[in-house]
Design a protein. Structure first.
Length: 460
């Protein structure tokens, strides 16, 4: 079955002054641009199915915004919305779009331009379809470390666990033209793009941006050597990394080195790949109702309310802008919980859509969450076909740990959902997600036993 592919990219860098996302306590909007942010689109078509993947240097799209953009792209290209996947690289050096509390305000003018650009980059890629074929490769690589270390009591006591769960691979999908020339290279690695920390006030794609830049330079050099004016377009995707941070952090040198390592691994995986993929294209999307934990009890909420009121007063008196935003955001969450308790109107479940692209035998899974690494290991372990599992896709609701992680507590379980302004997913989400994914991957007799903890670490 013939395959056609088209790619395109567009710059989505906001102007300085737009608030940044990913960290609370920043004192102002961005003061400059360290490296430009981009959106890139890949469109594949086999005569029966057309698929669209858009990858953007953003922390995450708000769910409603992502649904609107998917609908507009689908309408423009005459396809179903389930055939449009919007993935964000989760850089913590990008613009604030409204996904979190405590981090300033979204700029409506920028959000409007961004939506138009994401729609435009997809339609431009669709207008450039040429004959192509795909190859898949992977190699060992690891720039991150598990960020949930257990103490003697089994509870989270630190942010670096060198023996914890990671996904130590870089996966690649090569899109080659009919003449054998590389058109695009998708590479995926599971590590939070948090190399730069909250003191950074410059827009940056973090390590995914650096990986793309490194690959672009390599492809440009290869093209010059062959007399080709335009090199291949690299894409960097971010896997299931809810519990993984970079080992090297805090400097631009660390950003460059993290990106270089991923890019070099992607280059190795590219050349290790062999044989053209076959099997056609398919898009699926399944929607679950994931259970939520109820809000905290009123007594605990009133205590938190008093604490945050005091902190807000102090921060205002001292002119600490970041502290004011933090206190205002948490107060809003506390008061919302009190209202929900009073009205007995809190949600018991959250709609949660999982998207699956079958790319000639390679499975691309998209989750609208900060999903833990163990899920990706599970999906790959239980099927022989390559599985590229992504977080931050079509929105981002919150963290999704495995069930065994709840007893350990920690930021991802006990605190992060407050920044999202939601209720926390319940432990029963793990079996529901796994049972929904196995049919998508064609696993007939899956191992559905829950993951246990051994010395504070999951084992499957």
């Amino acid at each position: 079955m013939p395959l056609f592919a088209g790619v395109y990219e567009t710059n989505i860098t906001p102007p300085p002054g737009v608030w940044m996302s990913g960290y609370a306590l920043r004192p102002s909007g961005a003061v400059g641009v360290h490296d430009e942010l981009y959106a890139r689109a890949l469109v594949l078509e086999d005569g029966h199915q057309r698929l669209v993947l858009v990858v953007a240097d953003l922390i995450a799209l708000p769910y409603a915004m992502s649904q609107q953009i998917r609908g507009k792209i689908a309408e423009a290209l005459g396809i179903e919305a389930k055939a449009v996947m919007l993935h964000c690289t989760h850089t913590h050096g990008g613009p604030y779009l409204g996904t979190f509390r405590t981090m300033g305000e979204a700029d409506p003018a920028y959000s409007d331009v961004l939506a138009r650009k994401l729609i435009g980059v997809a339609t431009q890629a669709a207008s450039r379809l040429v004959p192509a074929h795909l190859t898949y490769g992977e190699t060992s690589a690891q720039i991150g470390v598990n960020r949930r270390r257990s103490g003697a009591d089994g509870r989270i006591s630190g942010h670096v666990d060198y023996g914890g769960v990671v996904v130590p691979t870089v996966q690649t999908l090569c899109i080659d033209g009919a003449d054998g020339r590389l058109m695009a290279l998708l590479c995926c690695h599971a590590c939070h793009p948090t190399t730069m920390e909250r003191d950074n006030l410059q827009f940056t794609g973090d390590w995914p941006g650096a990986a793309v830049a490194h690959l672009q330079a390599r492809f440009r050099k290869e093209g010059e050597e062959k007399g080709i004016a335009e090199g291949a377009l690299p894409f960097c995707l971010v896997g299931c990394c809810g519990d993984i941070n970079p080992v090297r952090r805090g400097t631009w040198e660390a950003v460059a080195e993290n990106g270089r390592q991923v890019a070099e691994a992607a280059h190795t995986a590219r050349w290790a790949a062999h044989g053209r993929l076959e099997g056609g294209l398919r898009a699926e999307e399944v929607s679950l109702e994931l259970p939520l934990l109820p809000p905290p009890e009123d007594a605990a909420l009133h205590s938190l309310e008093r604490d945050w009121e005091t902190k807000l007063q102090r921060a205002g008196d001292e002119g600490q802008v970041g502290q004011v935003l933090m206190a205002e955001g948490h107060l809003a969450w506390v008061r919302e919980c009190l209202r929900l308790n009073a009205e007995r109107s809190y949600a018991v479940a959250q709609s949660f859509s999982i998207q699956h692209f079958s790319l000639e035998g390679v499975s691309l899974l998209g989750f609208p969450a900060e999903i833990f690494a163990q899920y990706a290991l599970d999906f790959s372990r239980q099927t022989r076909q390559p599985v590229i599992a992504l977080g931050y896709t079509n929105g981002c609701w919150n963290y999704v740990p495995t069930a065994a992680e709840y007893a350990r507590g920690g930021y991802e379980v006990a605190e992060a959902y407050k920044y999202y302004g939601t209720q926390m997913f319940a432990p029963d989400c793990e079996p529901r997600i796994r049972q929904a994914v196995y049919p998508l991957l064609g696993i007939d007799d899956p191992d559905t036993s829950p993951y246990e903890l051994l010395a504070g670490r999951p084992r499957g």
